[in-house]
Design a binder for this molecule. Structure first.
Ligand code: SAM
Length: 353
């Protein structure tokens, strides 16, 4: 066993590592280390979830955004972005379609669109919950004050995805314009957890200026935060952003981080992302084999999918949702797993450190 594999085995036993060890693990990983981590992570996921892979219906309901993140194709300065927002009725149509195909979690994601005031978001949550009381609602609409999050929770939202993007304030400053604040992002995450949302954080792998030390800091940050979900995918450049010429994140590094995160958070809900599937053919399946246990098929209307472009060549922007859902189910079965459309909540009751 190499030194790195001894560290990976220690993580699998639930031990904690100092930052230096994480830096070494990330910076000096070999293909053998990645395979070793993936096999332990796969065992951990099998122990916790069996062969179930949870499917979440993703509805990208607005592509308007008031923010100007340097990496994102939806940034407000991107004048070429196709902007749209779905009406409440259109959102319900997506849910009806998803429900008929068995889905019991709807992820309502969008840019930070001021049109969607707290009142409109509350109305949307109530409408979905009224028609689909047995479904979970996950929101992913960025930073809001505590009071807004409290209203969304009160209206029935169950979960919230808000990637922290990076745990380093200096790195955060290189990815975002000065008016955006690292402190507010982290405050938002703490508020969501305090309000009882099943909360997801996460980061892009291979984001511009990211160092192994930054990733080590992300791992330590998440170890303290104890989120219920962790969203991690590769950074992919978008042609109309300041990062257009930056190299994409590496698939192998993304898979390795998925495995490390699975070992550190055995029960966490961990998606194999669309970005990973875009970077690497069969990437989502490889993500599952590295420890992921969630996939989020896009059930937005086709016209919307073609316009919600965070990065270039995004997977699943053309074709009918039914085809991609069917393909996804088949490809999950082909690697020996079982797509599961149940709510798939985080299992709080047996949570332990
Ligand atoms: N506006 C909400 C927010 O900021 O949390 C939700 C939507 S935002 C587009 C969702 C996630 O997309 C971000 O947290 C970011 O990590 C990811 N993302 C944005 N641009 C990306 C890119 N170029 N490559 C990979 N992921 C990207």
């Amino acid at each position: 066993m190499t030194g790195n594999q001894a560290l990976i085995a220690a993580l699998a036993r639930g031990e904690r590592l100092p930052k230096e060890d994480f830096i070494r693990l990330i910076a000096a990983r070999s293909p053998g280390d990645c395979e070793f981590a993936a096999s332990l992570a796969r065992e951990t996921a099998l122990r916790e979830f069996g062969r179930k892979i949870y499917l979440r219906g993703l509805i990208e309901f607005t592509s308007f955004c008031k923010n100007d993140c340097y990496y994102c194709g939806l940034r407000r300065s991107n004048r070429s972005a196709g902007r749209y927002r779905l009406s409440e009725e259109e959102i319900l149509l997506c849910c009806r379609w998803g429900y008929a195909h068995g889905l019991r979690t709807f992820v309502l994601q969008g840019g930070e669109d001021p049109y969607f005031t707290d009142e409109r978001v509350v109305s949307m949550i109530r409408a979905v919950k009224a028609e689909f009381p047995d479904c979970a609602i996950t929101l992913s609409i960025g930073e809001r004050p505590y009071e807004s999050y409290a209203r969304f929770r009160e209206a029935g939202a169950d979960r919230y995805l808000l990637r922290h993007e990076t745990a380093s304030p200096a790195h955060y400053g290189k990815l975002h314009p000065p008016e955006m604040s690292f402190e507010n992002r982290i405050r938002s995450l703490h508020d969501l957890i305090a309000l009882g949302f099943q909360t997801g954080c996460g980061m892009m792998i291979g984001a511009p200026f990211q160092t192994p030390e930054n990733l080590a800091e992300d791992l330590l940050f998440m170890q303290e935060l104890k989120p219920q979900m962790i969203g991690m995918g590769p950074f992919l450049p978008h042609r109309d952003t300041p990062f257009r010429d930056e190299p994409p994140g590496m698939a192998e590094e993304t898979l390795f981080l998925l495995s490390i995160v699975r070992l550190m958070h055995p029960k966490v809900l961990l998606p194999a992302t669309t970005a990973l599937g875009t970077l690497l053919p069969g990437g989502r399946e490889r993500g599952i084999l590295a420890g992921a246990n969630v996939v989020m098929p896009n059930i937005s209307p086709e016209e919307a999918r073609a316009r919600y472009l965070l990065y270039d060549n995004k997977l699943g922007t053309a074709g009918a949702a039914a085809d991609s859902l069917l393909q996804l189910r088949e490809s999950i079965r082909a690697i020996g797993y079982e797509p599961d459309t149940g709510r798939g909540d985080y299992r709080w009751e047996d949570h332990h450190d």
